[in-house]
Design a protein around this ligand. Structure first.
Ligand code: ADP
Ligand code: MG
Length: 239
């Protein structure tokens, strides 16, 4: 079953003379257990695609469905619940809450969803252990290094039973060890039954994916099956 489906999605940013056609008819389905890498030049529409996939933005035309449910017909509240429960976003922004400890930051989305405080804390501690921060659970963000804060944010993005994991160049601001850890974590969430979309400009990161789609000028121009030789796919797809 497809966890994520995009049906002939168009997205134009702005109006009139300054309008930018960021996506021009993109269709994509991502099944459970599948991690898809999206590559393409800067400005090709990668982030726009990811924002639409997660319900953070709406298409100008076409549709998006998560777990078989079209987002376009949903009310705001319903859409917010889908975003909170089903979708995990790994973006470069951290947005940790400074007044909460690392464990409390990670537990927050679970508690918002009605998980008991005790169960949320237990799950949060496990998520922190996954990013090798078990020892930092009681620290506040300003007591953590930049890299540790990023890992807390990643643990929070992936905690719980997210069915769809979206990552926009998640390793961009991370040191290479932390970057690998994020990809490994994403891969294991996907292997556990989620679906994932990973925007990246690095072939060695795309190699974690089951397939790669290339965007250019808002269209999918190429798609590969399982990655045999990722370097071949990089031709003409700089950053
Ligand atoms: P990528 O992530 O591949 O670099 P984006 O999806 O960010 O590409 O952007 C695709 C195109 O849409 C670019 O030309 C970009 O300038 C434009 N764009 C993106 N977001 C906006 C916005 N909010 N308003 C106007 N133009 C935008
Ligand atoms: Mg981008």
């Amino acid at each position: 079953m497809s966890v994520l489906e995009l049906f002939d999605v168009h997205r134009t940013h702005g109006h009139g003379e300054t309008a930018v056609r960021a996506l021009r008819g993109v269709s994509l389905a991502v099944a459970e257990g599948e991690l898809v890498a999206v590559m393409g030049p800067s400005g090709s529409g990668k982030s726009t695609l990811l924002n639409l996939a997660g319900g953070l933005d709406r298409p100008s035309d076409g549709g998006v469905a998560i777990e078989g449910r079209r987002l376009d017909g949903m009310r705001r509240r319903e859409l917010a619940a889908v975003r909170r429960r089903s979708v995990g976003y790994v973006f470069q922004d951290l947005n940790l809450l400074p007044a909460l400890t690392a464990a409390e930051n990670v537990a927050m989305p679970l508690e918002l969803d009605g998980v008991s405080a005790r169960a949320a804390r237990r799950t949060a501690l496990a998520a922190l252990a996954d990013v090798e921060l078990a020892d930092c659970a009681r620290r506040f963000p300003d007591e953590l290094s930049g890299g540790q804060q990023q890992r807390v944010a990643i643990a929070r993005a992936l905690v719980g039973r997210r069915r769809l994991i979206l990552a926009d160049e998640p390793t961009g601001a991370l040191d290479s060890l932390t970057g690998e850890a994020v990809l490994r974590l994403m891969r294991s969430k996907v292997d556990g039954g989620a679906a994932g979309v990973l925007v990246t400009h690095e072939a060695r990161h795309a190699a974690w994916a089951d397939r790669v789609v290339f965007l250019r000028d808002g269209r999918i121009v190429d798609a590969s099956g399982p990655l045999a030789q990722p370097e071949q796919l990089l031709d003409g797809a700089a950053s």
